[in-house]
Design a protein around this ligand. Structure first.
Ligand SMILES: [Zn+2]
Length: 90
């Protein structure tokens, strides 16, 4: 039997416990420190935490919208609104 240590994606301690299952049968976990619920696997890759920052980083490094969508396995309609929202003001 193997043991997998799961860390909270927001505050990083490993004191998490199983909350329940999502309607799509993915396991949901709750962190005891920050009391937030998160999943390890998502049905849609666009729901993963940190994906928006990854899209902005790839754009700053010269990747196009299509390149970013193919690499991250999300739709173009996820990439374009993310870039419109993260546009600097001024
Ligand atoms: Zn936490």
């Amino acid at each position: 039997m193997t043991t997998v240590t799961v860390h909270c994606p927001r505050c990083d301690p490993d004191d998490v416990y199983r909350q329940d299952f999502s309607p799509t049968k993915h396991e949901r976990l709750r962190c005891q420190s920050c009391r937030r619920v998160f999943q390890l696997n998502y049905t849609y890759q666009a729901w993963k935490p940190g994906l928006k920052e990854h899209i902005v980083d790839m754009t700053f490094n010269g990747a196009g919208v299509g390149d970013t969508a193919r690499t991250l396995k999300v739709g173009i309609n996820t990439v374009i609104p993310t870039l419109k929202i993260s546009r600097p003001r001024g």
